[in-house]
Write a new protein. Structure first.
Length: 284
């Protein structure tokens, strides 16, 4: 009888093991390079395959975390873009933890999300993630954003100026002033340097054919216009004046694309709004 029980137990163990291997087997780790695993983790996140996120991120972390921590220990500041790829293990492991954090948030596992974000901030503070649109963004900074917006509907998504500006517009149209301000200010903070360079390079408005080349200027200028509108809605008149004036003074050549098929000039539109507020509210 004991032998029969042992055989049954062995069959159960082997069956369970086979199920586990089969479940893991559907995830192809490819060449097992950190970049490959990180890319697959992101792809799994996009389709809400939480088991896939776990499989790929855990494989990357298991293989490369020691090297990542070694690279982190070598740094005292964020590496410039020119050498950022040299810290590939740090970047990919930090990014994998961030993908895990976002996946946990999507599943409503807020406490686990907090722990993972804090781990990134504490141990992988110099990790950077390459965006396919052509730049690096800081993983620890994004983790802080995730923590600060954890119990809200705020989601910066891919952090592009276009996404943030669009979300600011949407929030404004929905009378969600607080979210509108958060999105607009995030876009300004991330892209103000590029916007200033683009503004300084111009002596007149860019032609319609070239206007999209000045994406940072356009989006930052538009976000200042949106801020002016948001502060006006909430009757924060002095802040509205400040936003409109900042646009006129520093980002005059910004243009905003209308979905109907043309560009309009936020600074020009701001002048009438600014004059009206100053006259009606007695602001000099």
């Amino acid at each position: 009888m004991l032998r029969v029980v042992k055989k049954i137990m062995l069959v159960v163990v082997l069956f369970s093991l086979n199920l586990t291997l089969s479940a893991k087997g559907k995830y192809d780790f490819g060449d097992q390079k950190s970049a490959t695993l990180t890319g697959k983790a992101w792809a799994s996140y996009e389709v809400k395959d939480w088991k896939g996120v776990e499989a790929y991120t855990e494989k990357c972390i298991a293989l490369y975390s020691k090297h990542a921590l070694k690279q982190q220990a070598e740094l005292t500041a964020m590496p410039p873009a020119a050498v950022a790829n040299s810290y590939w293990a740090l970047n990919d492991v930090g990014t994998c933890y961030f993908v895990k954090a976002k996946a946990f948030k999507e599943q409503g596992k807020m406490e686990t999300t907090k722990k993972v974000c804090q781990l990134i901030i504490d141990e992988y503070s110099y990790a950077q993630c390459w965006d396919i649109q052509g730049w690096f963004w800081q993983v620890a900074s994004a983790s802080k954003d995730l923590l600060s917006t954890l119990n809200s509907n705020i989601d910066f998504e891919d952090y592009t100026s276009e996404t943030l500006t669009t979300k600011a517009w949407q929030s404004l149209n929905e009378n969600d002033v607080s979210s509108c301000i958060i999105y607009a200010e995030k876009s300004i903070a991330l892209y103000v340097k590029d916007a200033k360079k683009m503004q300084e390079s111009l002596a007149n408005y860019a032609s319609k054919e070239k206007a999209f080349d000045y994406w940072a200027l356009n989006d930052v200028g538009t976000c200042y216009f949106i801020l002016g509108e948001a502060y006006s809605k909430s009757q924060q008149w002095e802040k509205a004046v400040e936003a409109y004036q900042k646009l006129i003074n520093d980002y005059f050549y910004a243009q905003c694309w209308d979905s109907k098929g043309w560009f309009w000039k936020p600074a020009v539109a701001s002048r009438g709004k600014l004059n009206k507020i100053m006259a009606e509210q007695g602001i000099s």
